[in-house]
Design a protein around this ligand. Sequence first.
Ligand code: ADP
Ligand code: MG
Length: 330
Amino acid sequence: MTTDSKENLPWVEKYRPDSLEEVYGQSDIVDTVRKFVHEGKLPHLLFYGPPGTGKTSTIIALAKEIYGPNYKNLVLELNASDDRGIDVVRNQIKNFASTMQIFSRGFKLIILDEADAMTAVAQNSLRRIIETYTKNTRFCILANYAHKLNPALVSRCTRFRFQPISESAIQERIKNVIIKESINIADPATAALLKLSRGDMRRALNVLQACKAATNGETDDEIDENMIYECIGAPHPKDVETVLDSILKDDWTTAFMTLDQYKKTKGLALIDLISGFIDILNNYQLKSSTRIEIYKGLSEIEYGISKGGNEKIQSSAIIGVIKQALEREE
Ligand SMILES: Nc1ncnc2c1ncn2[C@@H]1O[C@H](COP(=O)(O)OP(=O)(O)O)[C@@H](O)[C@H]1O
Ligand SMILES: [Mg+2]
């Protein structure tokens, strides 16, 4: 792809690693798979771990390293979550694996993305497909959760767990993007971006691009902390603190009004407020038994919210849990 045609791409595509050198924060994995290739002993691979940690990027970069610029001829990329059924997958693999190899480089590579979205039956078929074509192909299975995969499938692969990317590795990567895109960003905003990305490089790049767009492309417009929280849809810690303070110190009615008002005017979701409370509760002087009670209560409410339910009741329950724990302390 030329640099020009890359200009309009979303940054996650524009800055997708071209080589293994550009995969940040996964050096143990990169070193190991590269060694396999150089020793000519590439096994079937399983890459698993949370989104945005470089699973797809790593295998594509590895394919480029093995096959060079024409890698696409020798690599088949399948997305298992497309609901085309295992028969389609089997046929595609069959066609791909049985065509003649133009360059005799040993094996072809088949990448199966989102394999944990496959049904148990499909996974079982996949296991047999892998056995059938092991002679001249290597499979790389990508998944978020290893436990959702058939153990017999897993046992045929060498497993690599992709950890959330460290803040320092994300910082290294976005430093280049910040320069290339002439972004003006305040230090506290960078810090917030790194923290809120929670090890997900995709999220870091998407939020940065959204913030940059929000400055209307004016180079001297600085991205500040507030913009980061707004783009990521997370409550600002100051707002979380105000609401929590009110619950801890004010009477019930005032606390409820404060919470409700922040929810409405700042568009805060209850679920994000709960995470926010958990993040800052450590800054408060509380007996450990009180703290435990609050965590337990909030976790039950969080579970309830994930199932739906009534926001007004849940807001009251949050206040109730915290106030009750404090009353017991006295
Ligand atoms: N370790 C990494 N190093 C550099 N960029 C990364 C890394 N992980 C993710 N990215 C960026 O995030 C985007 C999504 O990464 P991807 O490899 O598809 O993640 P995953 O497959 O783990 O969900 C990529 O296009 C790339 O720009
Ligand atoms: Mg992926």
